[in-house]
Structure formats: structure tokens, C-alpha cells
Write a protein that binds this ligand. Sequence first.
Ligand code: CP
Ligand code: NVA
Length: 306
Amino acid sequence: MAVKHFLQFSDFTLDEHQYLFRRTAELKRRWKAGELYRPLLGKVLTMIFEKNSTRTRVAFEAGMAQLGGHALFLSNSDSQLGRGEPIEDVSRVVSRMTDIVMVRTFEQRIVERFASVSKVPVINALTNEFHPCQILADIFTYIEHRGSIEGKVVAWVGDANNISYTWRQAAKLFNFQLRAATPKGYMFKDVDGATYDDKHFVQLHDPREAVAGADIVTTDVCVSMGFERESLQRKVDFEPYEVTAELMSLARKDALFMHCLPAHRGEEVSAEVLDGPQSVVWDEAENRMHTQKALMEYLLLGQVND
Ligand code: CP
Ligand code: NVA
């Protein structure tokens, strides 16, 4: 049987995602209750980071330890990847010795090449195009606070990037609408060959139009990792796209503010919003660990009922 990977949100069916959310709630409950649950005893996760990370690394490493397994960290500066070893060769070697792999890298094509020769499940831990682990945690966080996301409106204010492209895939799968406001030179592109109708995705430019009546307002840095050379121009182009309390007030009264973090107060979001009562950013961050535990358990053991 083919090895199952999680390289983009659309790799899993609606049923699989719903199972993951149920399982996440159960694993989170057990962890909060202090219960030891170690189904992955003896299993090893390899974590390959070609870009920086705080949340993703901590969530995977702590999560794997809690499930009884071990996680090991490889970066460009301390592995042969940094000296040009082909990604397929790294995959062949790593997947002979360890049980599951997560990869944070540049183009989506790189993680796809890694997975194409891997004997074990591969998880996309962020590429230029997608960040499926983040949106898994974000939707779980919405469900915890407000219930089902079906039929809701998510306002995206800012760059068309890995986070927003994954929100767009999620909108189609979960049947909600992503209303995105980006500057004219930074519009959404085709990154996955999928088609999106107005019911699921609307490209706008005016942040006020996107946020009006929304259930979630979300944004991200205007300079993603790998795009640092464009920093100066981007900071100018994205200035009108800061999520302020005034902008937030156009959303529904019970709207949530989300951000994958790290955030830049006074750039893409004001401190008042990020640290304010509608913000659930710390829950999102913690839920990275709970959702990724459910994901690793699923990829290694399939659906578990105990
Ligand atoms: N949100 C997120 O992926 O954070 P890190 O870059 O710190 O892992
Ligand atoms: N869009 C950001 C997300 C960081 C978690 C980046 O790719 O740098």
C-alpha cells in the first residue's frame, strides 16, 4: 500500500480531517488531565528545517516525546543538506532509519520530491506554498471557541502566502468562504491547480470590504521567510493592510482574530488587536502541538478508537 503523506491540506479528505479534530480534542483532554499515553514508544520523528522555527519545532518535538517517541533535529547548517546532498538521497537514508519525517523547506516541489522516495510518512511543516499543520490548528481552535466553521466567513488581510493558500484549500474542503484583501501586486495565484468558486474564495483589495461581517479576521507577516530581499518594498506596499481595532470593529461582534505567529505589532497587526480580547493567537500556538500529535498518531497507527 502507498505510504500516506500530509503535504497539503487537500491530501486528506473531509472525513480524515474531522477524525483528526475529534482525536485532537481527546489527546488534548488526556494531556491536560496529566494522563500518560505513549502509543509511539520506540518511534522516531526526523525534523528537517531549512528555515527557522519556534512553534513548529517545539510542537513536534514536545508532542512526539509526550506520545512516547523521540524527535531528532536536522538543519542545513549541521547536515549534508547544506552541502548540496540531493533531497532524494537524504529521504532514502532518513526513511530507512526513522519512522516519520517532517520537512520545512522552500518550494513545495522539494517536499514532494522528498516524499516521492520516502518509505515513511512525510509531513509538510511549511513550504513557500503551504502550511497545512498551521491551518489544522487554526480550524481546531475555531471549533473549540465557536463550533463548526462550515458556512462562516474568514477575512484574510495581507499577503497571498503559504498560510492564505492553505486557508483557501480549507475553505473548499470545509465549505466556508475566504475573503482575501491583498495589494494589487500581491494577488492570489494558482499554486495547486484547483479551481475555487465565489462561494469559497473571493479576491479583493479593500481590507474593509473583506472584514465586513466576517467570523474570523486573520493576517500574517508581509515578508515571509525566503522573501527577505523584497522587505523594503513590501513594508511600503502593505502599510494600509494593518489589522487595527478600527478594522476589526467591522467584523461580527463575536469575530475571532487569528495569526500563525510570529507577529509584528504595529506592522500587519496592532498590539491592541493582537493582545486584545478577540485574539486567540496563543490558543492557536498551543493547538499546534495537540493537532500535530493527532496527525502523527494517525499517519503511524491509522484511526485509533481507544
Ligand atoms: N507558525 C509557525 O509555524 O511558527 P514557527 O515558524 O515558529 O514554527
Ligand atoms: N508566512 C510565514 C509564516 C511563518 C510561520 C513565512 O512563511 O515566513
